[in-house]
Design a protein around this ligand. Structure first.
Ligand code: GLN
Ligand code: ZN
Length: 761
């Protein structure tokens, strides 16, 4: 094959956290004042130099540059263009300014709130939401960015600087309405032009510009803004690669193909017909095919991917570029660090480093023919075949149980009104019943006990005694404060998903499978690799013990099927909905065992319910159908006098309120304080039929609320929800707070409830 058909490999971005979360440890030490900024910067520069070595080892032609962030790329973009809220005063583009945007600031005795956080599309990464003001001029402040680019260029002159695209930046910002944000596009584009010229002067030839909003159902005003904006970005000598990811761009292919850019990157994991896109592209443009799933931890099936790529390569020749589908930010760094997983799983993992090698192999397979990588193809195929044949991968019993779940609506045995009556007879709750979301402070001692047990330093009996002592304490405190529906406190849980995963079949746990969630926070999702089932009760002993200590109801506490699914890395050989049903079936057995043990209230938490919603509206109905059914299946056997609770937080309910109602939980507790009860409007407008506990204080802040703060919030809620269906509770679980914060806060909450009961008696 002639060199004119050689494909180019590139990468959209790499995990910033570094091996073994090096950045996190440095950030947090810097924030505590334990190390100087130079030490933090040194760690970061080592991380970057490490991944530049990885790029070089895999012969990546055009590695990403300038995309490294000390906290978040959206906040970095805000600083790059001088778009920071007035409350912080003048901020220039420094690392410390970035930390202020992310973490807030205490100045002159006042707390200045950080930028809000939101989920980055349908990923589990949270970005900082830039706040715009109409009268704030755009001001390029590029020194820090250019230094990163220079560093990358010194190592590889073909490095490709990365920028968040101007329209994605504006679309995802707040502070101005749509028209106001669009009105900034021209001025912002001019600053991008200025920056691109500076890059050109440094010898840069290609720049990656990320416009993932093209994968959304974008309002037409935004679509129309692309052409004029990108015309303003034209800089002679600079070629732009426009990237989209997390979805297909089919609806917008002609738009993207016609824009004055030199290349288009698409997410091949979400695009069925690659040839159709290739054929629409003018013949001077390159097509970057995001062939390796940038959000999956599984080793690629090289043979299948080559099947897809070869026809595109035949069409495009050297106009074909290859990359992971999105930034590798969303996968952990290096699967080689996993030493404890069973070999059959380890052999099938691919984290960021492994994905670079896979990319290089695919390029070779195209450039030199499949036979040049025959051994690697065979190894990948064999590894996968071993996994597929591993005991636990497929269980006939699980398949049969899931086949039992009907396609029709799953319902409890009686409608809400009837259940509510039976439950009231059983529990005799006062008006405005009070409760909490589940967890109580996770103290040092609790963590130490869990760790000692895990390391076999204390016996099971000693561990059980330590946990029981904690449960006893939590119950006593709640009784003393006067709460109505109690909880056992979740002391035995390190994490609400991992706890269940560890007891279910089909899960595996990594040592170094960390991905950034926000700032220095990382999560380590469990891996669902086999059919999920439950071999024994998971929570019953703790719940039974807790209930034995009180005459008040103690809620059994479970994590719901949708949340367990979305907060795990899932297998790729079975549809998500099937896995969700498997988990629901396992939870159904747990619910039934709790009921048999005398537990009368059971909470099934679903904080990830909204997050699972697909990006495109056309896909919503299907997701909501199986997500709702899975939840309902797990609780369907509950007799009418068993009260099912659920909890969701950080969710925008407007779009999905019908499905929330369809869950038919007897009580839903939600987070509402930060929006000053505005999130309740969705429930009010829809005339939500069941009981609701709007959170009446923000547990994410250390401040202790008083009842003079709480009572008006409940009154506001009473304007929206009939008092007889209103519960009173905090926004979320209390595990991140201290006892000193929790006790007076709950006392204030209970005293508000009593005050309201008196007023309405
Ligand atoms: N029951 C859990 C807790 O209280 C719920 C946590 C959550 O909503 N993320 O911690
Ligand atoms: Zn919550």
């Amino acid at each position: 094959m002639s060199s004119s058909s050689f494909v180019t490999t590139h990468v959209l971005g790499f995990p910033r956290i570094g091996e073994r979360r090096a950045l996190k440890w440095a950030q947090e030490r810097y924030w505590r004042g334990e190390i100087p900024r130079s030490a933090l910067e040194h760690t970061a520069s080592q991380i970057r130099s490490q991944y530049r070595n990885d790029y070089a080892a895999a012969h990546i032609d055009r590695p990403a540059a300038g995309e490294f962030s000390f906290y978040d790329h959206m906040a970095d973009t805000a600083l790059l263009f001088g778009q920071t809220p007035e409350r912080f005063g003048a901020l220039s583009n420094t690392i410390d300014a970035l930390f202020i945007l992310g973490r807030g600031q205490h100045s002159n005795g006042q707390n200045i709130a950080p930028l809000a956080m939101k989920k980055w599309f349908n990923s589990n990464y949270h970005y900082l939401v830039p706040e715009l003001a109409a009268d704030q001029p755009v001001r390029l402040d590029a020194e820090r960015y250019l230094a990163l680019v220079d560093e990358a260029l010194a190592a590889n002159p073909h490095a490709k600087p990365v920028l968040v695209g101007p329209l994605t930046f504006l679309y995802l910002s707040r502070g101005l309405d749509e028209a106001g944000r669009l009105a900034k596009a021209d001025e912002l584009a001019a600053a991008y032009h200025q920056l691109l010229s500076l890059l050109r002067d440094r010898g840069v030839t290609w720049v990656q510009i990320d416009e993932p909003i093209l994968a959304l159902d974008l309002p037409s005003a935004w679509l129309s803004a692309f052409e004029p904006t990108y015309h303003r970005l034209k800089v002679p000598g600079i070629r732009l690669l426009l990237t989209t990811y997390f979805g297909d761009i089919n609806g917008n292919v002609s738009l993207a193909a016609q824009l004055p850019v030199d290349g288009l990157h698409i997410d091949a994991t979400a695009t069925a017909d690659l040839i159709a896109v290739a054929d629409r592209l003018p013949d001077y443009k390159v097509l970057s095919v995001g062939i390796i799933d940038g959000r999956s931890i599984w080793r690629a099936n090289l043979a299948t991917l080559l099947d897809r790529l070869e026809p595109v390569h035949a069409r495009l020749g050297n106009r074909l570029w290859l990359a992971p589908s999105c930034s590798l930010l969303h996968v952990p760094v290096d699967a080689a660090l996993e030493t404890r997983l069973p070999t059959v799983i380890r052999d099938n993992l691919s984290y960021a480093r492994q994905k670079l090698s896979e990319l290089a192999l695919l390029a070779r397979g195209l450039n030199e023919g499949r036979s040049s990588i025959a051994a690697e193809i065979a190894a990948a195929t064999a590894a996968r075949a071993a996994l597929d044949a591993a005991p636990g991968r497929h269980s006939a019993a699980v398949a049969a149980a899931v086949a039992n779940i009907p396609h029709a609506e799953v319902q409890r045995s009686a409608p809400f009104a009837e259940r509510a009556k039976a439950q009231q007879e059983r529990f005799q709750l006062p008006a405005f019943p009070t409760t909490t979301i589940g967890s109580f402070p996770q103290t040092q001692e609790i963590r130490a006990a869990r760790k000692a047990f895990k390391n076999a330093e204390i016996s099971p009996a000693e561990y059980e005694a330590a946990m029981q002592a904690e449960i006893r304490h939590v119950i006593e405190v709640q009784e003393r404060i006067g709460l109505d529906a109690l909880v056992h406190g979740e002391a035995e849980r390190n994490d609400m998903v991992e706890y269940f995963g560890e007891q279910l079949d089909g899960f595996a746990f990594t040592q170094e499978g960390w991905v950034q969630s926000y700032g220095s926070r990382c999560v380590k999702p469990p891996i669902i690799w086999g059919d999920v089932s439950r071999s024994q009760p998971m929570t019953v002993a703790w719940s039974r013990f807790a209930q034995s200590l009180s005459n008040k109801p103690v809620k059994g506490m479970l994590t719901g099927p949708v949340t367990i699914l979305f907060w795990s890395f899932v297998r790729d050989d079975v549809p998500r909905e099937t896995i969700c049903y498997q988990i629901a079936e396992a939870l159904r057995h747990e619910v039934n065992d709790l009921i048999a043990a005398g537990i009368g209230m059971i909470q099934v938490d679903e904080p990830a319910f909204r997050e699972g919603l697909p990006l495109r509206k056309k896909d919503w109905a299907r997701y909501l159908d199986w997500a709702v059914r899975a939840f309902k299946w797990s609780v369907k056997d509950a007799p009418i006098d068993v009260q099912i609770h659920t909890h969701m937080c950080y969710s925008e309910f407007n779009d999905i309120i019908e499905s929330i109602a369809a869950l038919d939980a007897d009580v839903i507790t939600i987070e509402t304080t930060r929006s000053n009860m505005e999130l309740l409007n969705a429930f009010a407008d829809f005339a939500y039929p069941n009981a609701i506990g709007p959170g009446i204080y923000d547990i994410h802040a250390p401040q202790i609320p008083s009842s003079t703060e709480i009572t008006p919030r409940v009154r506001l809620a009473m304007e929206k929800i009939p008092a007889e269906r209103l519960w009173i509770n905090p926004d979320c679980g209390l595990k991140t707070r201290t006892w000193a914060e929790v006790i007076p806060s709950l006392e204030a909450m209970v005293s508000s409830a009593r005050e309201l009961r008196k007023a309405s008696a």
